[in-house]
Write a protein that binds this ligand. Structure first.
Ligand code: 2AM
Ligand code: CA
Ligand code: CA
Ligand code: CA
Length: 263
């Protein structure tokens, strides 16, 4: 397999998809809801996923593609080459803000993340990494992350997890919010992973993410020394919805030990 060629191919596919998304703002976008009234999807999410899947299945018929909108494959193992695609991560931002959303793509081989891509479409900012070869923000090599104490850490967390919820005890999280330097919530897991990888935030956490939300970002994060895990400190299975934290190594351990009590 010519991995360098696959990397170039993936990058150009993502750039083309980004162009299609920007052009879509001149068309009528139809918004539907999925599991709940706040869970949005548009015709553009579906069209962009189909665009990727048509191209990839034609050019790499033996690869499997797992996408959020369900046009790809359903997998129960990570054997072989698997592309994890979120055509628009941050659909609510896409609909309400027309910015702050990203294309997220990760290419895994027998469960090992080889390539990760996050494309912030409206800013034209491209975060990308190849396993073992470092991570990049556009053409700029991202430096390895230094550890940061909680008192100086900026943490990505959705306020919903600090209210009573069925996944995690919220009181230790209130304490986390009080103890850190500040919190942020960008509404796109991929962009938040990109921000942790590029040192703009020190940690990001969520109680419920899917493989396509994090697969690309985890490859990038790993290349700068950030640790990704579930809230119990295990590696992600990438086979279903899971809890998720990505952070600088000491900070990840501190947060899991002192601020996470799963229900
Ligand atoms: P999405 O926009 O692709 O659906 C929002 O905080 C982040 O969580 C986004 O990355 C969003 O991805 C993701 N997310 C995962 N599952 C979700 C759900 N059921 N409803 C809304 N956002 C979800
Ligand atoms: Ca969605
Ligand atoms: Ca997503
Ligand atoms: Ca999505």
């Amino acid at each position: 397999m010519n991995w360098g060629a696959i990397d170039k191919y993936a990058k150009s596919l993502i750039k083309e998809a980004g162009h299609r998304i920007r052009v879509s703002f001149y068309t009528n976008i139809s918004v539907d809801t999925k599991a709940s009234a706040n869970d949005l999807v548009t015709n553009i999410d579906r069209e962009i996923e189909q665009f990727f899947i048509e191209r990839i299945t034609k050019d790499f018929p033996e690869h499997r593609i797992v996408g959020e909108e369900g046009f790809g494959d359903t997998i129960d193992s990570l054997d072989g080459v698997v592309w994890f695609l979120d055509p628009i991560d941050g659909t609510m931002n896409f609909v309400h803000q027309k910015r702050n959303f990203a294309i997220s793509l990760g290419i895994y081989v027998d469960g090992v993340g080889m390539f990760g891509y996050i494309y912030d479409v409206m800013r034209d900012d491209f975060y990308h990494a190849t396993r073992g070869e470092g991570a990049y923000f556009n053409d700029e090599r991202l430096p390895r992350l230094e550890n940061t104490p909680l008192s100086e850490a900026v943490i990505g967390i959705n306020a919903i997890w600090v209210t009573p919820n069925r996944y995690v005890e919220h009181e230790p999280l209130i304490e986390l919010v009080r103890s850190c330097r500040g919190t942020r919530s960008y509404g796109s897991a991929a962009i938040e992973l990109a921000y942790v990888s590029s040192g703009r935030m020190d940690a990001y956490m969520s109680m419920r993410l899917s493989p396509w939300d994090v697969a690309g970002g985890m490859v990038i994060a790993s290349e700068v020394g950030a640790v990704s895990s579930t809230m119990t400190g295990e590696p992600l299975s990438l086979l279903g919805q899971e809890t998720f934290i990505v952070a600088k190594p000491g900070l990840q351990q501190h947060i899991l030990k002192h601020h996470i009590r799963l229900k």
